[in-house]
Ligand binder design. Structure first.
Ligand SMILES: Nc1ncnc2c1ncn2[C@@H]1O[C@H](COP(=O)(O)OP(=O)(O)O)[C@@H](O)[C@H]1O
Ligand SMILES: [Mg+2]
Length: 588
């Protein structure tokens, strides 16, 4: 329950809507209470004159009661509508705010957070959990308000007619609330299971369709089908149980209302014949009581339902709060403008990933300035990409320091630094949007024109591919658009980084899917602008980095050799061996 207090700030924000909602609830219930009272008086006055009554008088009474019932129902209904319009709409606003709050918070968090938490979990917080919380904010709150208002108003009226009859007819109602609470909780638990089965089912279906080629190639259709049938069977069984519990729900309510009405008639009947004047009640009163009991049914039924909703919402909000309370390990403390001069220095940097106890890199040092190209070469898993992440301050190092223009990376304006950097990661990520939108992802729309786009695409040797597409720059990528080859993706990735005109360009093994000739062309093109920037070239292929100003060779996170291409070849060490090996490979 405590976790839900987090939402109070939103109630405060929308307090006028909430207050208006309460007002509408009161008005709506006021009309509801008028009905039985009016019936009672009409019937009683009719009954006292019943000896002189003619048949037309009966008709008049029926028309009068019917007309009044209709008018009051319309009035009550109208304010019920307004009540929903204020309170449920408020809950939708809060849902919107909360989703935005969580989403915005996600974006402030560091890489480590996203590695720790599965994408599915992050999505669930925003969709499923917020959805459950909204049930508390909307229907939950609304029914509680309605219960309080209705109960107070109706019981006051009932008490004025007969206290003892009031107590007696009310007995079944709390029992009903408890029963409904039990049934709802059970139903919620079961529908959670059904949901889980459902998502397993769709996961299997999805995997089958995306992996259909391999399934057919290995002719595993039968086994896949069996797996699917097994899951579908589980899903069916869980659903059947839910349906069974569900089927008890309405009958239970009807049964308990029936008992209340029965008590009203039986005990009311006894009281109406009672000799004791202080306890005697009229026929009209019995009619009113039956109507009152009916009016109280739904509020009491909702009480049980609301309790289980509140329970679920508080569990969800607790999970949401855990995420909202997570603080980023990487915090920017400097908002001063930054004019990056291109000097980067690693000094005895060692780093372990948060969830591992081996050094991804150890004691790495290097310096690189504007106009120079630093190349990092090494086999897969040697720590190359880690250096690139550390340089972008996706993690903070455990020992040693990274200096940007001589200042520790922790003290500079991080967004500004990232703004002046173009990184092309190993796995280029392209959005399912047009090529144009993907290219200008890192820049503002008005800063570039068509010529700029063409230029960077020519530099990265991808323009001729784009020209072949039917919609050229407006070709949509991904799901329903064109799917690019690995090499095309990488080249668009590089073009995207170049479009930023970065002062620091980091290419992390992003020419791996490009053939050596195209690679040559691109590298030669990149030479043109290199004096205005610092370049860090990461590769496992020696051909890529031959011309770099400095090359460092790393293995298992340690620097084992460094120098220029010629110097390293003369060393006849690791680099030399790699070179020989790769030369032979190219010949094969
Ligand atoms: N997010 C991570 N969490 C834990 N260990 C990681 C993570 N990323 C990389 N590593 C480990 O760090 C080492 C260096 O990885 P990486 O820098 O990606 O190598 P490279 O880019 O040279 O192939 C590897 O042993 C790898 O398993
Ligand atoms: Mg890598």
């Amino acid at each position: 329950m405590k976790s839900l207090q987090y939402l109070n700030k939103y109630f405060l924000k929308y307090k006028w809507r909430l207050l208006l909602g309460i007002l509408f609830t009161i008005i709506s219930n006021y009309y509801g209470v008028q009905m039985p009272t009016y019936f009672k008086e009409a019937i009683d006055s009719f009954q006292s004159n019943i000896d002189h009554a003619e048949s037309t008088d009966f008709l008049w009474l029926a028309i009068k009661l019917g007309g009044f019932y209709m008018m009051l129902s319309i009035a009550k209904g109208f304010f019920l509508f307004l009540m929903r319009q204020t309170i449920i709409v408020m809950s939708r606003y809060i849902e919107f705010d909360l989703k935005n709050e969580i989403y915005t918070h996600y974006q402030t968090l560091d890489q480590g957070f996203f590695k720790r938490n599965a994408t599915g979990d992050l999505m669930n917080r925003i969709s499923e959990d917020v959805g459950l919380v909204r049930m508390y904010l909307g229907p939950g709150i609304m029914y509680v308000i309605n219960l309080i208002v209705a109960f107070t108003m109706i019981v006051t009226q009932m008490f004025q007619i007969s206290p003892s009859l009031t107590f007696t007819v009310l007995i079944p109602l709390p029992i009903m609330s408890i029963l409904i609470y039990r049934v709802s909780s059970r139903m919620n638990a079961m529908s959670a299971l059904v949901q889980k089965e459902q998502s397993m089912l769709s996961t299997i279906a999805q995997e089958t369709f995306s992996g259909i080629r391999i399934i057919k190639a290995y002719s595993r259709e039968k086994e896949t089908e069996q797996k699917m049938n097994q899951r579908a069977e589980n899903y069916k069984n869980q659903s059947m149980r839910l349906v069974l519990v569900n089927a008890f729900f309405i009958p239970t309510i009807m049964f308990l209302i029936g008992i209340s009405v029965l008590i009203a008639i039986y005990y009311g009947g006894i009281l109406s014949f009672s000799g004791n004047a202080s306890e005697k009640i009229s026929i009209g009163s019995i009619v009113a009581f039956i109507m009152f009991v009916n009016n109280l049914t739904w509020p009491f039924a909702s009480l049980g339902w609301v309790s289980s909703i509140v329970q679920r919402a508080s569990a969800s909000q607790k999970r949401i709060n855990e995420f909202l309370e997570t603080k980023s390990n990487i915090v920017n403390t400097n908002d001063e403008a930054l004019d990056f001069q291109g000097k980067i220095s690693f000094q005895h940097v060692s780093f372990q990933y948060p969830n591992s106890d081996i050094n991804a890199i150890s004691d790495i040092s290097f310096d690189v300035s504007k106009g120079e190209t630093l190349a990092i070469v090494g086999s897969t898993g040697s720590g190359k990409s880690t250096i690139s992440s550390l340089l972008m301050r996706q993690y903070d190092v455990q020992s040693g320091s990274i200096l940007i223009d001589g200042k520790p990376i922790q003290s500079i304006n991080l967004p500004a630094f990232r703004d002046q950097t173009g990184v092309v990661p190993q796995e280029v990520f392209l959005f399912s949007e047009s090529i144009r939108e993907n290219l200008r992802f890192g820049v503002n729309e008005n800063e570039i024109n068509e010529e700029d786009l063409i230029e960077v695409c020519k530099l990265t040797h991808v323009y001729h591919n784009i020209q072949d597409f039917p919609d050229q720059f407006d070709t949509i990528l991904g799901e329903r658009g064109v799917n690019l080859s690995g090499g095309q993706k990488q080249r668009i990735g590089i073009a995207r980084a170049l479009l930023k005109n970065p002062s620091l360009l980091i290419l992390d093994d992003c020419l791996s899917a490009v053939d050596t000739e195209t690679e040559e062309i691109i590298l030669r093109n990149l030479e043109k602008g290199k004096n205005d920037r610092t370049t860090i070239l990461i590769s496992h292929r020696i051909s890529t980095i031959r011309n770099a100003t400095k090359i460092i060779v790393i293995q298992n996170g340690e620097r084992i050799e460094s120098g220029t291409h010629e110097e390293l070849l003369n060393l006849k060490g690791c680099y030399f061996e790699m070179h020989e090996q790769q030369l032979n490979q190219d010949k094969d």
